[in-house]
Design a protein around this ligand. Structure first.
Ligand code: ACO
Length: 327
């Protein structure tokens, strides 16, 4: 079997900062409520860039850090729940912008677990020997599907993109183990409706179709998140026969500081080892783990031999994780 590793990372967030105080002018909320319940201080909001635009920027940075030319990419996978079009895929738009002329391209949907599903999917093409270099991008313009009148959701999310290049390599973040999960019985905990059925056989059509908006059962999502982060870390440790002391950093999906604190308590892994940047970006869904990984890598804190866990959870409900060893 061939070894797949993350050999480059990149990210992009829009310039526009929306603070908690800015939000308190839009809905009945406060900086104090948002900070104590979530840990979020501000988020980035697109003032014109689309999901594919941000994916391109993050992808370009990941290619530069991997020291690869766009023509060397064999496959582009974009994970997103907020594509610009149903068709074409975001990945095809990125392929065109990067001039990655030799790459196949497709999107996948696993909500906030999208980056994990994307990397694990890409890894299989490398292990099978089919492809050598794969660009995986998590990218979201969540601001376009937020209900800006619903204070229980609009304060949580932000826009951005994170990317990795995975390759056949002994260098970089070697993928030592991974785990993917789904529980469709909980699908209605977190939803964003697509087009309603509208055709000549449907009576009582509403004048205007309702625009898609995120709806969430916050407390149940909270419980699912704590349970799945904890379970995924245990699963990876068992698969790799490592102990929690062997793990240098955990990059959880950046949804809520209290979720991460609970996961720290349940696993007995100290908070200092959980990387967090959600205070600055909020929850960027499929983009969050890629943005966080890129920031951690560029901070220079990862040394050879370090072991990292990436763990995500999100709509579906989906969950997933991987253990990387840095070389
Ligand atoms: N500002 C002020 N008050 C608010 C706000 C707000 N932004 N939002 C809700 N409230 C009020 C509620 O109306 C309620 O008031 P009431 O007691 O008068 O009815 C009160 O605050 C408490 O509401 P709860 O929903 O019980 O608040 P909770 O402590 O559960 O926090 C939160 C809500 C932050 C959403 C929490 O449940 C959570 O983080 N859940 C997980 C959400 C998440 O991580 N989602 C994304 C994960 S998956 C993915 O990333 C797509």
């Amino acid at each position: 079997m061939s070894q797949a590793a993350i050999i480059g990372t990149g990210s992009f967030v829009p310039n526009q900062i929306m603070t908690n105080n800015d939000l308190s002018n839009i809905v009945e909320t406060s900086d104090e409520w948002i900070k104590t319940r979530t840990g979020i201080s501000e988020r980035r909001i697109s003032t014109g860039m689309s999901t594919a635009d941000m994916a391109y920027e993050a992808g370009l940075r990941a290619l530069e850090s991997a020291n690869l030319k766009a023509e060397e990419i064999d496959l582009i996978i974009c994970a997103t729940i907020t594509p610009d079009f149903f068709m074409p895929s975001c990945a095809c738009m990125v392929q065109e912008r990067l001039k990655a002329v030799n790459a196949a391209a497709f999107d996948l949907t696993a909500a906030c677990t999208g980056m994990i599903y994307g990397i694990v999917t890409g890894e299989q093409f490398i292990k099978s020997g089919m492809y050598r270099n794969i660009l995986v991008i998590g990218t979201e313009t969540l601001s376009k599907v937020l209900d800006w009148e619903d204070r229980s959701t609009c304060v949580l999310f932000g826009d951005g993109a994170g990317a990795v290049v995975i390759s056949l390599s002994e260098k970089g973040g070697k993928l030592m183990a991974s785990n993917l999960e789904a529980d469709g019985s909980k699908y209605d905990l977190l939803t964003c409706q697509a087009m309603p059925l509208r055709n000549p056989y449907i009576e009582d059509l509403e004048e205007e179709p309702v625009l898609p908006k995120i709806r969430m059962h916050g407390q149940e999502v909270f419980r699912f998140a704590v349970h799945t982060i904890t379970g995924n870390i245990k699963t990876l440790l068992k698969k790799t026969e490592l102990t929690k002391e062997d793990i240098n950093y955990i990059i959880p999906h950046q949804a809520n500081q209290r979720i991460i604190e609970q996961a720290s308590k349940h696993t007995g892994i100290p908070m200092e080892r959980f990387f967090m940047n959600l205070n600055r970006y909020g929850n960027t869904s499929a983009a969050s783990i890629g943005i966080a990984l890129d920031e951690l890598v560029r901070s220079g804190k990862i040394n050879s031999g370090h072991k990292l866990v990436l763990v995500g959870f999100g709509g579906g409900m989906t969950a997933g994780s991987m253990l990387l060893e840095w070389n």
